[in-house]
Design a protein around this ligand. Structure first.
Ligand code: ADP
Length: 865
């Protein structure tokens, strides 16, 4: 489109749009944000708003749609949720004083990973942006949550490990270079349902990165920020800073510390295990309810809720660090008064972490500052509550406790106690804080009083008793006289408007008062804006201290939450060591015991170590509770390593470096891989990555193929994991293959267990107790009966089983358990023929009658098999 023919506005629009090709441009026009061309077509569809057109100087009108500026955040939220970026282009000069077209600039680009608006964020979850830069097989990985000012970075070897790290944070937006895109994008899309943004390599390789990083974190050398020998991290962090500057268009001084860590500093939990163990959400519905987080989260504040989630995402490995947390949880669990007091103080605080960021970004509202003040006012009480604590972590918080009285005092003096949400609504600055504002307010009040007296004075002077003074936006203040009294209107009244029953006038005196009132009110708005900005700047200078206070509140809240959970659910303090032993007495599954209120949860013991009890083989029928038991062991270990008490009578936990699970159906149908392929690729991942310090949980390995294949694979997997020179990890292995119980005699370190059931007549009773020894029976038919399979089929199955047992039917293998396979056992040529025919036919071309005929034909063939 030739720009010369464009209207000036459209030319300005197109020039701006050129700079933001990948964002939807919200272009401010009066009280609306307008979108044009492709943006308008896309947005009108996504937002379900009308698509219109605007004359842009060309023959054809430009497609256009718009949203009112005051409700824009709802629309922005919708677009962000769908993965779009929104560039907000504002008028940056006063239209009244502008000569020519009003100057406009993009003031911020909102993207899924850089959202800071309160309405667009989930208060209990961090909102992360990840930047990943890779060369060869090394990945520089950086994540930030700019709504709270956190930034983390690490270097990772291998795409699998990088995926695990992504799973830890679940970023809302990911930027990658081309190498990282090749290695990760497919898996990221499949597993996390977001499409990484592939940026040009130049974006990640910039000689200015070092300087930018040092500037941002106020340090003199890369070694001071822990990045001396981390060139990949430098590229990721540098690119992240550039992107944040590009989107936020403001200084990000509040993001002034970087957390550089090693992946092996925390327990490694791979993507599947995170899903399988339902740590922060359930596998099926992706709901918090039913997850471990749901049980553990008794936090009072959103800062605490987010930190608890972070602790769960990063379980610790160092027993000293874990114990530090545990001692504080113990102190709180043991002291009901302390718990009560702390919970009361914390309940009165607000999300100052995000408010602090908004202070820094300049988007803070008057109400935010009051919330900040209310929180700071709680600090003396918090200090007092902590005055008697003894455990190191809580006691540390009390040291050099900063009450931030100066900031609190400033906010108390400057901001009205109940300010409006928006600055421009006025009455934000408190009486007595700024002399000029007070004077103007007085003038306004006087003017209003004066105005009130005009009405009575004019009534007296004219004798018109129904004369009224009113106001409208177009004419300002006026005197209104009904038609019947017009004859008494004095000469100096100037007529302004005629309505059906009345006339409206102004007088010079009225205009004078009006100028005072309106002039003062306009000045007040400007002045309030100026003073508010000064207050904001003063507060933003104290960011470091405010962040520390936010951190104390969040940490105290997480410790308290863990204590409340421990107390409510009767948990016990685990004994932490690094001797590799896991000994749990009367352990329970934290979530299942909570969910099944009606039935009593049956506790079970566990003994695992690095020698004679390192591989536990569990047999027993379906429905007995094998996965529940195995998950319970993993969850108890995980809970212990975040510093939580655990659901058990007693627990000794030797820290594990990684947890792996291959439990139940984690089958991702959308991946297009078969169940068996997926199962095997998960097993292969475990075999490649587990160490002697890991905990592995495997359920029904080999189930997805024929019995002999499956059994052989399961057998070999057990041997491989068991072998100390290969892995030697602590393992719980549930299986249908009773043959595997023979391994107990062959390999030391293997122990057989079963989940006990009792047979009574045709019924079986699940005792839910784990006991030594292999299972004697699969009870498959009994379980099928329990599941409601028709009696006729059950009886049929019993007869067949009886015949097999008495060798009346020849089967290839002698074990009697039904084949636990979900493949169809096509052994017959006719069946294969039918299957092939079904596979190749194009049903969509059939008429209904043809379909009927074909079905009839196939059905007859099947009957002959
Ligand atoms: P499986 O996969 O062997 O069928 P699950 O572990 O899924 O077994 O458990 C089956 C059912 O038994 C679940 O509904 C679970 O709630 C219940 N269950 C499992 N273990 C226990 C236990 N220790 N106490 C009480 N109920 C249990």
């Amino acid at each position: 489109m030739a720009k010369e023919q464009m209207t000036p506005m459209m030319a300005q629009y197109l020039k701006t749009k050129e700079e933001y090709p990948d964002s939807i441009l919200f272009y401010r026009l009066g009280d609306f944000y307008e979108m044009f061309f492709d943006d308008a077509i896309k947005a009108s569809k996504e937002l379900e708003i009308a698509l219109t057109g605007k004359n842009c100087g060309m023959k054809e009108r430009a497609p256009m749609c718009g949203v009112p500026f005051h409700s824009a955040s709802v629309y922005i939220a919708k677009l962000i949720e769908k993965g779009y970026k929104v560039a907000i282009c504002e008028q940056v000069e006063d239209p009244k004083t502008a000569s020519g077209i009003v100057k406009r600039e993009v003031i911020r680009v909102v993207t899924p990973g850089t959202v800071v608006d309160e309405e667009l964020l989930d208060e209990k979850t961090n909102n992360y942006l990840a930047v990943i830069y890779s060369q060869r097989d090394i990945f520089g990985f950086a994540v930030s949550d700019i709504s709270t000012g956190e930034i983390y970075t690490t270097e990772i070897t291998g795409a699998d490990e990088t995926l695990n790290e992504i799973a830890r944070y679940e970023p809302k937006e990911i930027l990658v270079n081309s190498v990282a895109a090749d290695k990760l994008s497919g898996q990221v899309e499949l597993r996390f349902h977001i499409v990484p943004d592939e940026c040009k390599d130049e974006f990640f390789e910039n000689s200015l990165f070092e300087e930018k990083i040092l500037n941002m974190f106020g340090k003199g050398s890369l070694s001071e920020v822990g990045l001396a020998d981390k060139p990949y991290s430098v590229c990721a962090v540098g690119a992240m800073i550039v992107y944040l500057e590009h989107t936020q268009k403001t200084s990000l001084t509040y993001i002034n510390t970087i957390n550089t860590y090693e992946v092996n500093q925390y327990m490694d939990i791979d993507v599947n295990t995170r899903r399988n163990l339902e740590i922060t959400e359930t596998m099926r519905d992706k709901m918090k309810k039913g997850s471990l987080l749901w049980v553990l989260d008794n936090t009072e504040t959103s800062m605490g809720a987010r930190l608890l989630k972070q602790w769960l995402e990063k379980p610790l490995l160092n027993p000293i660090e874990i114990n530090k947390r545990l001692y504080s949880v113990k102190e709180l669990t043991d002291n009901v008064m302390l718990r009560g007091d702390l919970s009361e103080v914390l309940a009165g605080t607000y999300d100052i972490s995000r408010i602090i960021s908004r202070v820094s970004l300049g988007t803070v509202t008057p109400k935010d500052l009051i919330a900040l003040k209310m929180t700071l006012l709680k600090l003396p009480e918090l200090e007092y509550t902590l005055s008697t604590v003894k455990s190191p972590m809580l006691a540390d918080m009390r040291k050099n406790f900063d009450l931030l009285e100066d900031v609190c005092d400033l906010l108390e003096r400057a901001i009205a106690d109940e300010p409006p949400s928006l600055l421009r609504d006025g009455n934000v600055i408190k009486e007595g804080f700024n002399e000029e504002i007070d004077k103007l307010r007085l003038a306004m009040r006087d003017g209003k009083k004066w105005l009130a007296s005009v009405e009575s004075e004019e009534r007296a002077a004219t004798g018109i008793s129904k004369l009224k003074v009113g106001y409208n936006k177009v004419f300002g203040y006026y005197i209104e006289v009904t038609k019947s009294n017009i004859k008494d209107v004095p000469e100096h009244y100037i007529r302004k408007q005629t309505l059906a029953n009345c006339e409206r006038y102004i007088t010079p005196k009225l205009k004078e008062i009006e100028n005072t009132i309106l002039g003062a009110s306009e000045k007040i708005v400007t002045l309030e804006g100026y003073v508010f900005e000064q207050v904001r700047v003063s507060v933003s200078k104290e960011i470091e201290r405010l962040k520390r206070a936010a951190n104390i509140i969040a940490t105290a809240d997480v410790l308290l939450s863990l204590a409340q959970t421990a107390y409510k659910n009767n948990y016990t303090m685990p004994e932490i060591s690094d001797n590799g032993k896991i000994e749990i007495t009367e352990g329970r599954h934290p979530v299942v015991e909570k969910m099944s209120k009606k039935t009593m949860f049956v506790p079970n013991d566990t003994l695992l170590n690095t020698n004679e009890d390192r591989m536990i083989i569990i047999t027993g029928p379906n429905m007995a509770g094998k996965p529940t038991y195995m998950r319970q062991v993993a969850l108890i270990t995980l809970m212990a390593q975040i510093g939580s008490f655990v659901p058990a009578k007693s627990a000794k936990i030797g820290v594990v470096d990684k947890i792996f699970t291959r439990v139940g159906a984690s089958d991702d149908i959308s991946s297009g891989q078969s169940t068996f392929m997926l199962e095997m690729s998960e097993v292969s991942h475990i075999l490649k990555n587990a160490t002697s310090k890991s905990l592995i949980i495997l359920d029904e390995i080999g189930r997805g193929t024929s019995t002999f294949d499956g059994l052989s694979i399961a057998w070999a997997v057990v041997e491989y994991i068991h072998n100390k020179r290969k892995i030697g990890a602590k393992t719980l292995f549930a299986t249908h293959y009773h043959e595997l119980t023979e391994l107990e005699d062959e390999l030391d370190g293997v122990k057989n267990y079963r989940i006990a059931v009792k047979k009574r007549g045709d019924d079986i009773i699940f005792l839910r107790k784990i006991v030594r020894g292999g299972a004697d029976d699969s009870y498959g038919i009994e379980v099928a009966a329990l599941a409601g399979v028709p009696k006729e089929v059950i009886n049929g199955a019993k007869k067949i089983l009886h015949k097999i047992e008495n060798d009346e039917i020849a089967v290839e293998h002698t074990k009697k358990e039904p084949e636990p396979t979900n493949q169809i056992g096509f052994g017959d040529g006719a069946a294969i023929e039918i299957a092939n025919e079904l596979k190749t036919m194009d049903v969509t071309t059939f008429t209904p009658i043809e379909a009927m005929n074909k079905l009839y034909e196939l059905s007859n063939k099947a009957k002959e098999i």
